[in-house]
Design a protein around this ligand. Structure first.
Ligand SMILES: [Zn+2]
Ligand SMILES: [Zn+2]
Length: 398
């Protein structure tokens, strides 16, 4: 097999393997195959690394992927991200499957308590299938995303991939979910996860001696009134098209000094909504109210925003492809009654492509993700690989 190194850009090593497309050997999804995938999951489980530090995980993934002769293999994408691309026999859509690489911090150190080891093993399993059976149209891209837990990896990857000219027509992702019975598939019509933004309001007045509070311009009234306003919006059903929620995450007024009336304060909130235009509206309503209160109390009012995530919205066509494959395996389907309130950085892939993010029940007898007693159920590996392969070869993604 001839290997052409085509490009070398700063920060990336891009390999393009001229693949022998006529390989007819097809991986059989038998017991032996899934035992191997389980053992790969264990290897990844035993190498937990925190967000942005997934160096060894990337090394392991590159070892597993390089032997599958991908047409493209990119490393160091958005940090330690790894991307493998496999061309099908005919031209067609660019189809992406995403998993996450990072572990979380626990009292015992770093641990895979979100099941990302399992999600990675699923895509390694899929790499073995698509590398050997090219009987599909278009290109299958497998994305191993770093720094998902801190919500930063996807945007970084998306920007690096744009520089490389890699685009996706379809994007798919799944997450194990311990709130549902084992192997139940949870489909989300429309919004999968809320959009959110961190809002900081700074009120600046003037301090005074604590004995003469009437001489100070203190921010505390403006802050308490703004919090009350936000709480009112939280329960006001008429103003927004769908769910919104403001949560106070931090209030800082003055300093710990018993001789001083404070002259400056910060109110920090996370605002979230299921509809992106509701989030814009919520931000501008909060700004307008805070500015008004600032003026009323002779304060200077400034705003700053952090960690903006658009809502992750599923496309009905992409959802249908998942649903068709799930039905072929006679798996139980539940349709989520409402989106996840937490935001997900998959939105940075989702909003440029037709995407579907779904959940697979991890079983009800264990603890929730991020809890110290959480365990990933290995049965999901087989279910997920079968759904994805059925989507690629039987349902056909187009
Ligand atoms: Zn997590
Ligand atoms: Zn997770």
């Amino acid at each position: 097999m001839r290997r052409d190194i085509i490009l070398k850009l700063t920060g990336f090593i891009i390999l393009n393997f001229n693949c022998i497309m006529a390989q007819s050997q097809v991986v059989s999804l038998d017991k032996e195959f899934f035992e191997e995938i389980k053992s790969i999951r264990k290897v990844l489980h035993n190498s937990p690394e925190y967000s942005h530090k997934e160096e060894n995980t990337a090394k392991l993934l590159l070892e597993y992927l390089s032997v599958t002769n991908p047409d493209y293999l990119f490393k160091d994408i958005g940090g330690h991200g790894v991307v493998a691309g496999y061309k099908g026999r005919e031209g067609g859509p660019s189809v992406m499957f995403r998993c996450e690489m990072d572990a979380i911090k626990s009292e015992r150190g770093f641990e895979h308590l979100c099941g990302h080891d399992g999600h990675m093993a699923i895509l390694i399993g899929l790499s073995r299938v698509v590398s050997q059976n090219r009987d599909f149209d278009g290109t299958v891209w497998l994305l191993f995303q770093p720094a998902e837990e801190v919500g930063e990896g996807a945007a970084l990857m998306a920007s690096d991939l744009e520089k490389l000219g890699v685009k996706f027509d379809f994007s798919f992702a799944l997450h194990n979910n311990p709130k549902y019975p084992l192997n139940t598939i949870v489909l989300h019509s429309g919004v999968y996860a809320a959009g959110s933004v961190g809002m900081e309001i700074r009120f600046r007045g003037a301090p005074s001696h604590a004995a003469y509070p009437e001489k100070a311009i203190s921010p505390y009234k403006a802050i308490t009134e703004t919090v009350a306003y936000m709480n009112g919006l939280n329960v006001d059903k008429g103003t927004f098209s769908d769910f919104i929620l403001g949560t106070v995450v931090n209030i800082t007024i003055g300093e710990i000094n018993y001789g001083v009336t404070p002259g400056e304060g910060y109110l920090r909130m996370t605002l979230r909504s299921f509809a992106d235009n509701d989030l814009d509206k919520l931000c501008s309503m909060m700004e307008e109210f805070a500015r008004e209160k600032g003026d009323e109390h002779n304060l200077k009012t400034e705003f700053a925003y952090f960690d903006r995530f658009p809502a992750t919205v599923n496309d009905e066509r992409a959802n249908l492809l998942v649903e068709k494959a799930v039905k072929k395996h006679n798996l139980d389907i539940q349709y989520a009654k409402e989106p996840t309130r937490g935001s997900d950085d998959f939105c940075f892939f989702a909003f440029n492509s037709l995407s579907s993010f779904f959940d697979i029940g991890n079983g009800l007898d264990g603890e929730d993700i991020h809890q110290s007693g959480y365990r990933f159920s290995d049965e999901i590996l087989e279910t997920a690989i079968k759904i994805y392969t059925t989507m690629i070869y039987t349902v056909k993604i187009k």
